[in-house]
Write a protein that binds this ligand. Structure first.
Ligand code: NAP
Length: 283
């Protein structure tokens, strides 16, 4: 059987861990596939879609900053991708249609469950209201009791809350990002998720004040979507306060596993997931 070609596109793209992860899945699942990184600028996204057949590309992942541009180029979309205008996985069908999916949202849900947590019945505080927030919050809202968005630009938090109000039954709140406001929100929350780049390797900005974590409900799981470094100061502080914590590596793994399933029709088995996790951890 000839090798099936897949890609990941973004700008920049050299940092992407998708090729090493997907190629580990292909090897472990004994399927003849290969993923390559392709640098695509925003204005080139439509042309990239048009080139798929000529290039023999059967599907691709989409990373920053093209998730919305990719959504606009797809012929069909899953619900999360359509409602949140965010596509991170595209598959070409036999009829040559490009179908767009969002696997970030379901990837985080699966990751949370693999780590022994659940959104169900939780009062979740989400820090940040950027591109990844709406997809993940839409999925949380299916079973959470309430979701509060806290964001530096408060109007974006308000828009995220209004979006959930429109599309789900979940109770939603929004607030700003000062230490006092975060403390008040944390005291009402049973799960906390950092969806800002604060503390990420290569980003200068850090949380200036982590004392809001002192107010968080006892034993509330604390999740950072960042995976480099593995322990941000946010997670280290939460751990000191005896909260169970997880970083973003399992989310990265599971959104990739779901993409692999869209590409090939097969979910990576536990051996493939464990091998890819090791590869990602050491990449
Ligand atoms: P984004 O669209 O750039 O949004 C960034 C968010 O962080 C915005 O709400 C922004 O607030 C806030 N922010 C940025 N700098 C800040 C600062 N100095 N102080 C306070 N708030 C600040 O990013 P994204 O795509 O949503 O991604 C968010 C995080 O999730 C990133 O760290 C990314 O690496 C991570 N992520 C992880 C995975 C995974 O698989 N583990 C997948 C996707 C994303 P404003 O609105 O005020 O600008």
């Amino acid at each position: 059987m000839s090798t099936m070609r897949y890609a990941v596109i973004g700008d920049p793209i050299s940092h992407s861990l998708s090729p090493v992860m997907q190629n580990t899945f292909f090897a472990c699942m004994d399927l003849p596939g290969e993923m390559i990184p392709i640098h695509v600028k925003k204005k080139e996204v439509p042309a990239f879609f048009s080139s798929l057949e000529a290039e023999g590309i059967r599907g691709f992942n989409v990373t920053m900053p093209h998730k919305e541009a990719a959504m606009l180029c797809c012929d069909a979309l899953d619900d999360v991708a359509r409602l949140t205008r965010s596509v991170n996985c595209v598959v070409r069908t036999e009829e040559k249609h490009a179908v767009g999916y969002n696997t970030d949202a379901e990837g985080l849900r699966l990751a949370v469950e693999r780590e022994g947590f659940s959104y169900e019945g939780q009062d979740i505080l989400v820090l940040g209201a950027g591109a990844v927030t709406r997809p993940i919050a839409y999925t949380m809202a299916q079973t959470a009791r309430s979701i509060t968005f806290a964001n530096r630009t408060q109007s974006s938090a308000e828009e995220a809350a209004a979006f959930l109000k429109e599309h789900t039954e979940c109770v939603t709140f929004s607030c700003g990002f000062s230490a006092e406001v975060l403390s008040a929100a944390a005291s009402e929350s049973t799960m906390l998720i950092n969806a800002t780049p604060l503390g990420m390797q290569g980003v200068d900005a850090q949380f200036e004040d982590l004392s809001f974590l002192d107010a968080l409900t006892e034993n509330a799981p604390v999740i950072d979507l960042i995976y480099r470094p593995a322990r941000t100061s946010f997670l280290a502080y939460a751990e000191e306060k005896k909260h169970p914590v997880m970083n973003g590596l399992t989310m990265l793994l599971m959104q990739g596993a779901l993409s692999f399933q869209h590409f090939t029709g097969v979910m990576p088995d536990e051996g493939a997931l464990a091998a890819a996790y090791e590869v990602l951890k050491n990449a």
